[in-house]
Every structure is written in structure tokens, then in C-alpha cells.
Write a protein that binds this ligand. Structure first.
Ligand SMILES: Nc1ncnc2c1ncn2[C@@H]1O[C@H](COP(=O)(O)OP(=O)(O)OP(=O)(O)O)[C@@H](O)[C@H]1O
Length: 224
């Protein structure tokens, strides 16, 4: 799906990650891990196209698909006067007619998304009334509704209690099972080992990218 050819992520000319080579396969489920500040979010934003690479090349095979994006929570304005249902329906936007607005199918899919994350009862609440965990459930429902071929998530479980994290993790596993490619920045090594078949471990000078299963050797990728 994406081929990285000596890709260096960073800001303008400032390199943050080492040079990365490898392929993110269609249908894979990969965790990006590494120490604070090593460049995980920077790499994710570069792969999503929000930042240009400092050097190297990013190739899409065959072409860049729609990306479902779940940013770190603080990146979203929770005071905006929207209901939970409105936000989840936004996942349908590419399929919604500009003139007819949100149709019955979109509402039905949004209702299914809310049900999957246990938020049906809050559909008509405004988003400023949600707790952190409920807010994250709503964002997951929106990503599920969108049904994009590639889903990128930046620390989706940070600040979220264990029960909610587990509910949301199961949604991700389902999305992967249904064929979506998943790429997530995570800190919880137990969750990575249990649910993510592939890991991209970023270090300062090099990176490892391969099977998360410790019994299989991870693959060293280019470091220069
Ligand atoms: N807009 C920016 N301009 C320049 N440098 C930045 C910018 N944003 C982040 N950085 C720097 O890039 C480095 C990597 O940041 P990044 O957020 O990608 O790390 P991370 O691995 O995701 O960290 P964490 O685990 O703490 O979330 C940090 O040193 C950070 O200060």
C-alpha cells in the first residue's frame, strides 16, 4: 500500500526520524512504537501527507486511498456546538450529497457506529458534555462509519480507562478483520504484542520493522 524509500520524517530541513525503507502492506495492522520524542507522530503525519518528507520518497501502490484519521484528542475542539450524532455522521461526508445533506443511510450507519462503541444513549447530547473516554468512543465511531481503506491513529488510548480502551481495541481488530489497513502510534507494549501483528520500532539512529511476535526476528530497516 505504501512503500518507504529512505524516507526521513521531520520539519522543513530538520530530520527527526532515521531513514526508513520498507512497505506497509494492504490489510496489515502495524503499531509504531518508540521513546517519547523519537518522531512517531511526525512519521504518522508524514505518511498521511500532512507533512512533506525531509528526504526520501513515499510511494502509494496503486494510489493514495482515503485515510481515516484519529488525531491525539487535544487536537479537536470540544466546545464546538455539535451533537455526538453530528460528529459521527461526518464520517459519511464523502458519500453525502451536498444538496440533500445527511440521508437515512448515513444516519443508520452512524447509529450502528454509536452502538458499536456503546454511545447510543448519548447520540443527541452536545459534545461538550462528553467525558474524555466518551469523546474517544465518539471519534472511533466516526472512523468506523467512514470505512476508509487505511486508518491512522495517534495514541488512541492515551488517557482512556482500561474498559473503554478494550472496547475500542476490539473495534480496531474488527476493522482489520474486515480488510482495513491499520497504522497506530502506541505506547502500551502489552497491547502491541497482543493485537498488532507488525511493529515499526523507531530509534534515534535506526528502526526495526517486522513481525511483533518476539519469536520471529524483526527486520532491521535502512538507517542511512
Ligand atoms: N512543528 C514542529 N516543528 C519542529 N519540531 C517539532 C514540531 N512538532 C514536534 N517537533 C519535535 O519533533 C520531535 C518528535 O516529536 P513527535 O511528536 O513526533 O514525537 P513522538 O515520538 O510522537 O513523541 P511522544 O511519544 O512524546 O508523543 C520532538 O523533539 C518535537 O519537539
Amino acid at each position: 500500500m505504501i512503500e518507504l524509500d529512505h524516507l526521513v520524517a521531520g520539519y522543513e530541513r530538520l530530520a527527526i526520524t532515521p531513514a526508513l525503507c520498507g512497505t506497509l502492506e494492504r490489510g496489515s495492522m502495524t503499531a509504531i512504537v518508540g521513546a517519547n520524542g523519537c518522531g512517531k507522530s511526525t512519521l504518522l503525519k508524514t505518511l498521511a501527507g500532512f507533512l512533506p518528507p525531509v528526504s526520501g520518497v513515499l510511494r502509494w501502490q496503486p494510489s493514495r486511498p482515503t485515510i481515516g484519521w484519529l488525531a491525539q484528542r487535544h487536537a479537536l475542539e470540544s466546545q464546538f456546538p455539535l451533537t455526538v450524532q453530528d460528529v459521527v455522521c461526518m464520517g459519511c461526508w464523502p458519500r453525502i450529497s451536498l444538496f440533500r445533506g445527511i440521508n437515512r443511510d448515513a444516519r443508520k450507519r452512524a447509529a450502528q457506529g454509536l452502538e458499536r462503541v456503546g454511545l447510543t444513549a448519548m447520540a443527541r447530547e452536545t459534545i461538550d458534555t462528553l467525558s474524555g473516554g466518551q469523546f474517544q468512543r465518539m471519534l472511533f465511531a466516526r472512523v468506523w462509519v467512514q470505512n476508509a481503506p487505511l486508518v491512522m491513529l495517534d495514541e488512541p488510548f492515551t488517557g482512556i480507562d482500561e474498559i473503554t480502551s478494550q472496547i475500542l481495541m476490539e473495534q480496531l481488530v474488527d476493522m482489520h478483520r474486515e480488510g482495513q489497513t491499520i497504522l497506530a502510534v502506541l505506547h502500551d507494549s502489552e497491547r502491541v504484542a497482543r493485537y498488532f501483528p507488525q511493529t515499526l520500532r523507531l530509534g534515534e539512529k535506526a528502526a526495526q520493522w517486522g513481525a511483533s511476535d518476539q519469536s520471529q526476528r524483526t527486520v532491521e530497516v535502512c538507517s542511512a
